[in-house]
Write a protein that binds this ligand. Structure first.
Ligand SMILES: Cc1cc2nc3c(=O)[nH]c(=O)nc-3n(C[C@H](O)[C@H](O)[C@H](O)COP(=O)(O)OP(=O)(O)OC[C@H]3O[C@@H](n4cnc5c(N)ncnc54)[C@H](O)[C@@H]3O)c2cc1C
Length: 441
């Protein structure tokens, strides 16, 4: 069948984490014969951009299933020596208030791992044929019919295929082409991120924790961790009173920040945080946006989304990288299932078969990410608390820290099991329908 099948042309908009992972998953897991995968990326070159990114156990397991073993090494990513994802400390006293834990992660390679985003990106890149990635291709729009899909680029060129996957990030043009009314909202937080050589800190900060640490303040927080390849990261996440419109005009994603501003923000925090800001050499700013959950990820019979384009959760719980990997895997499983249903000797890339695959993918991933988006919007829409005294505010902070919701459902999610459940539910519904029809007869 494979040799005689026509090509199945897949267009992927965006060659970030989700785009590359999807290319790998489709070529290794989907079993769709004669796949022709092309990626279109706006960037002129694939530099090591971004700052730190975390992958939780679900993401690490999926990387392994994808065969991206080079990303699992201790060299590439950092896993805390205590075997815990992160320690949560008080902003002023530096006391450990609580810690995140792994619940069922027997293999230490699957423990939460922190990378420079560029290193994770490069590890994925090694598994994607370089000639399939087209740079300087900024998507301006997309259209789809039952017969095919087309991507249009700002340079006036276009590409045509059988399946379009929008992996073009939180501000996805692919999504915008099919849901033009979709809007993102500024969450009120800006992240000032930096990554630098860990040797900069060597011997300079007394009692600098060896594990990843999240210091919580009443409004703002601060994160610091080692990363793979001898790197270190600091991240200040603070409230910014500007509206979405003001912010969009004044701060762009990945814009250079002013490190003096970071130092000023955290100058009254405990001595370790203060010292970390003083040694942080620069910052880049990442205003945090989020959007409502989409009502479907099947944008047309042959169009879907993966990664931040599909779920605009704004980096909450540092889940974006892992979710993107799981999206890619679920999409490959769904295509494998739909294409395996074709009659032997035939190749069914018709719109109803492709749609069936996309619906399976949607049912596997959308409810899961929808649960996350509900939490995110609950937090954004929460009215700020007013306290009668600093003591009262401090007690409320400690209570918030100790009563953090359990997010194991997110960090240890099993995407294969979720996909199987969707299939079983469908089978169950079909059996019920057949049973009902039989009993009518
Ligand atoms: C420059 C950059 C830096 C980042 N830094 C961090 C970080 O420090 N920490 C963190 O947790 N997360 C970071 N992220 C986000 C993180 O990578 C994602 O949340 C997560 O990995 C999901 O990946 P994604 O592929 O869906 O989105 P992204 O990683 O955002 O990738 C989207 C890709 O699509 C491309 N693209 C966007 N629009 C178009 C278009 N119109 N046409 C063609 N290509 C397009 C982008 O250039 C990018 O390569 C960063 C993203 C980017 C793009």
């Amino acid at each position: 069948m494979a040799e005689n099948s026509p090509k199945f042309r897949v267009l992927i908009a965006g060659a970030g984490i989700a785009g590359l992972a999807t290319a790998i998953a489709l070529s290794r897991i989907s079993n769709v014969p004669n796949l022709d995968i092309q990626l279109y990326e706006q960037a002129p070159e694939l530099n090591e951009i971004g700052a730190s990114i975390a992958l939780s156990p679900n993401g690490m397991r999926t990387l392994e299933k994808l065969g991206v073993h080079n990303a699992l090494t201790d060299e590439n990513g950092f896993r805390g020596p205590s075997g815990i994802p992160q320690i949560v400390r008080h902003w002023k006293t530096n006391q450990v208030v609580t810690v995140d834990t792994h619940v069922n992660v027997p293999d230490p390679r699957h423990h939460t791992t922190r990378f420079h985003r560029g290193h994770l990106h490069s590890a994925l890149l090694q598994h994607v044929p370089r000639e399939s990635i087209h740079l300087n291709k900024k998507v301006s729009g997309a259209v789809a019919t039952d017969e095919g899909v087309a991507l249009y680029f700002e340079d006036g060129t276009e590409a045509h295929g059988d399946l379009l996957i929008g992996a073009d990030g939180i501000k996805s043009r692919t999504r915008q082409s099919f849901i033009p009314e979709y809007k993102l909202k500024f969450s009120g937080k800006v992240f000032a991120r930096s990554t630098f050589d860990a040797s900069i800190l060597e011997g300079k900060i007394r009692d600098l924790p060896v594990d990843s640490v999240h210091w919580w303040g009443p409004k703002d927080n601060f994160f610091a961790s080692r990363l793979g390849k001898g790197q270190y990261t600091t991240v200040g996440a603070y409230d910014d009173g500007r509206t979405t419109e003001e912010l969009e005009k004044e701060v762009s994603w990945d814009q250079a920040g002013n490190v003096k501003h970071l130092r000023e923000k955290y100058k009254n925090w405990n001595p370790i945080v203060k010292a970390l800001t003083e040694l942080t050499p620069y910052t880049r700013l990442y205003p945090n946006y989020a959007g409502e959950a989409l009502s479907t990820w099947v944008l047309a019979a042959r169009v879907t989304l993966v990664g931040d384009a599909a779920h605009t959760h704004g980096g909450a719980f540092a889940a974006g990288g892992s979710l993107a990997l799981d999206d890619s895997f679920a999409l490959a499983l769904a295509l494998r299932h739909a294409f395996s249903l074709a009659q032997p000797g035939t190749f069914n890339n018709g719109p109803s078969n492709v749609r069936r695959a996309l619906e399976l993918y949607d049912q596997t991933r959308r409810p899961h990410t929808g649960r996350l988006l509900e939490i995110v919007h609950g937090q954004i829409n929460k009215k700020p608390e007013v306290y009668g005294s600093p003591e009262e505010e401090n007690l409320a902070l400690i209570s918030k820290m100790t009563n953090r919701p359990d997010t194991t459902w997110l960090s240890e999610h099993d995407v294969v099991e979720a996909f199987q459940r969707v299939l079983e539910n469908q089978q169950g519904t079909r059996n019920e329908r057949t049973g009902a029809q039989k009993s009518k007869l």
